[in-house]
Design a protein around this ligand. Structure first.
Ligand SMILES: C[S@@+](CC[C@H](N)C(=O)[O-])C[C@H]1O[C@@H](n2cnc3c(N)ncnc32)[C@H](O)[C@@H]1O
Ligand code: SF4
Length: 300
């Protein structure tokens, strides 16, 4: 366990479970996505951390002797920090933890608006290798309804910048986020976004509301849409079938194994597309013949 004083709660991508979680900011600078309650506690009000505190924490980790090869910059969108500050942080990691081989972070498309490809390439050379981008959907109507503050186009621009800089991207898409009314177009346009940008990793999560869905559903009513409801299992599988059918990926590691999913899917797309589709169709057409995560096993 790293000897750091975190402002809890702290979130990280599942694949960063072994990494040093370095809190270089607290909370999320946007914090307005209507499905997300991750940083809504008062203590999680957005604030960048002072560079001296960041250095003290890195030194503490170095002195602890805990082997550290990967670092995840937290919290929700550490990439909102200016280029110069990110460079300073990476330099400190390289100085005190020279064995680190990969630094990663969550990243909103707008975090990259004021950063050039050359600057991102410089950060990449300093060890920043992977951006986790919560696109959530490629459908502009859905993106507006969920208040993501991003569009299909802004997502394409950011994902292309990441690729051009030599960094890798890991995209999150939320299954069920448009409810029944937008399910079809959400799946189609999310696949279109992925096809256009060819991310290195793609994971799908099922949207869940541990604190209730009232806040999320409000925007659907305000915009004269059908009232939102969460998709049932079969509807989620149908949405996944449309997504997978439409995806034309060359070499993307696909994971739908987050604890929020009923049906666990893993593979490389395109190579495993047909196998994954068979599994999704089996889940729809032959219920009971395929293992599903039970409700009590699911979580965020
Ligand atoms: C901690 S958030 C940080 C992501 C980053 N700020 C971004 O927007 O790119 C990580 C991801 O958790 C997922 N998430 C957040 N709230 C969720 C919910 N209610 N249900 C399912 N997934 C959720 C979203 O995919 C989100 O992108
Ligand atoms: S999904 Fe990301 S950008 Fe949206 S509020 Fe949550 S942490 Fe912030």
């Amino acid at each position: 366990m790293y000897p750091l004083n975190y402002i809890e709660p702290v979130f990280r991508p599942p694949s960063e479970w072994k990494s040093l979680i370095l809190q270089v900011t607290n909370g999320c600078s946007w914090n307005q996505c209507s499905f997300c309650s991750m940083y809504t506690d008062d203590v999680k009000k957005f604030k960048p951390k002072h560079i001296d505190s960041i250095e003290q924490e890195i030194v503490k980790v170095a002195q602890s002797g805990i082997p550290t090869s990967r670092v995840f910059l937290a919290d929700g969108d550490a990439m909102m920090l200016p280029f110069k500050r990110l460079k300073q942080i990476l330099a400190l990691i390289n100085l005190h933890l020279p064995q680190v081989t990969r630094v990663s972070s969550y990243c909103l498309p707008r975090n990259l608006k004021n950063k050039t490809v050359e600057q991102l390439a410089e950060l990449n050379a300093l060890g920043l290798k992977l951006m986790y981008v919560g696109c959530e959907s490629g459908d502009d109507e859905v993106l507006s309804l969920i208040n993501k503050g991003e569009t299909y186009d802004s997502s394409v621009i950011a994902l292309n910048k990441i690729k051009q800089s030599g960094m890798k991207s890991s995209v999150m898409i939320l299954n069920g986020i448009g409810g029944p009314e937008f399910s079809h177009q959400h799946a189609l346009n999310s696949a279109r976004l992925m096809n256009e940008t060819q991310p290195d990793f793609l994971s799908t999560l099922v949207v869940s509301f541990p604190f209730g869905e009232a806040r999320f559903a409000e925007n659907f009513i305000k915009n004269d849409c059908q009232p939102f409801r969460q998709l049932g299992q079969l509807e989620l599988f149908k949405e996944m079938e449309i997504l997978l059918t439409t995806l034309e990926l060359d070499k993307t590691i696909f994971r739908s194994d987050h604890a929020s999913n009923y049906l666990v899917l893993k593979g490389v797309l395109g190579k495993d597309k047909e196998t994954l589709l068979l599994k999704v169709k089996q889940a729809q057409n032959m219920p009971g013949t395929i293992e599903l995560r039970q409700e009590w096993e699911r979580g965020l």
